[in-house]
Write a protein that binds this ligand. Structure first.
Ligand SMILES: Nc1ncnc2c1ncn2[C@@H]1O[C@H](COP(=O)(O)OP(=O)(O)OP(=O)(O)O)[C@@H](O)[C@H]1O
Length: 293
């Protein structure tokens, strides 16, 4: 993809900014007092327990949910106004998508929003879809139906669809859920390249931070009913994570300097297969991240 050929607006210091934001759903405050800024060009995780309001936060940023108080600005505009510049991969994409569509048709939805318009799509639109498929490594499957793809490849189609409109900001809701280790790594590497090569700002909801750690700049954590933003080094704190997840969590520094979060009841720092396994994953990811960065 070549975003630099386009007339891009000047970069804002903050891609997303909340001021005293709160959301009420069905009469219940989901979270409140959200005041933070996410830097342009960063990769940020949104973390918190089930039901803490991670998806709600993304929906509010997208302007799909009204705030009960405060404000959110995204790419310098009020939430919901910059949708043309945002790519969104919802949590349910892989289960809800029409599996009769071909990969190319699905990706074209991200360009022109219609599954029936294949013959009416312009050369430029098809070129955009092709670039998105090239970037996510699925061009060779352009004519394959989604029903014939593995979950990992479908996830890459979902990312390609979100990329097809050449967004400045990419939001993904649990993109690694239900993927095997190799597919998770591939998805993480795609995100790293989007950030490094295209300067894309990325926000990603994740339950398990481990896979994403090598590429994260920061995290929004939903703690005690309030969203907070911090740089990733400050989030990787055993006490904070233990409070956040409501279960004992520790941060492990591997030989490569890569940090890892592990429930202490399953992991011992001194012995145990589990530590060796996670170390191996962390170091190989760190290596691939270094190659990419
Ligand atoms: N359409 C809705 N109407 C009313 N309440 C809702 C709706 N969708 C979600 N909620 C509630 O809002 C709260 C936050 O939900 P949300 O899906 O944002 O949490 P989450 O952190 O993304 O959870 P998970 O990790 O389980 O995906 C939950 O208590 C949920 O029950």
């Amino acid at each position: 993809m070549n975003q630099h050929d386009q007339q891009t607006p000047p970069r804002l210091p903050s891609a997303i900014s909340l001021q005293q934001a709160a959301v009420v759903r069905s009469g219940r405050t989901i979270w409140s007092q959200g005041s933070f800024s996410i830097p342009t060009g960063s990769i940020t995780a949104i973390v918190g327990t089930n039901g803490a309001g991670k998806t709600t936060l993304m929906q509010a940023e997208l302007g799909l949910l009204p705030l009960s108080s405060g404000s959110i600005s995204v790419l310098g505009q009020p939430a919901g106004k910059a949708t043309q510049s945002i790519g969104y991969v919802p949590q349910s994409y892989t289960t809800e998508v029409d599996s009769n569509l071909s990969v190319e048709q699905s990706v074209l939805l991200g360009v022109n929003g219609t599954r029936f318009g294949l013959h009416r799509t312009s050369k430029t639109e098809r070129a955009q879809a092709k670039q998105a498929m090239d970037f996510t490594g699925i061009s060779d499957r352009a004519q394959v139906r989604l029903s014939e793809l593995s979950g990992g490849l479908r996830q890459r189609v979902a990312i390609a669809q979100a990329l097809a409109s050449q967004p400045q900001l990419l939001m993904l809701d649990e993109p690694l859920a239900n993927l095997d280790l190799a597919s998770q790594r591939e998805s993480v590497q795609v995100l790293a390249r989007l950030n490094q090569e295209l300067g894309m700002t990325i926000q990603v909801v994740a339950h398990d931070l481990n896979m994403l750690l090598p590429i994260l700049d920061g995290a929004v954590y939903l703690l005690d009913g309030h969203p907070h933003y911090a740089r990733i080094g400050d989030v990787l704190d055993g006490d904070l994570l233990t409070h956040l997840y409501g279960t004992q969590v520790e941060v492990v520094t591997t030989a490569q300097g890569q940090m890892f979060i592990s429930p202490t009841h399953t992991v011992s720092q001194h012995s145990g297969h589990h530590v060796e396994q996670t170390d191996a994953i962390a170091s190989s990811l760190a290596a691939s991240s270094q190659e990419n960065r």
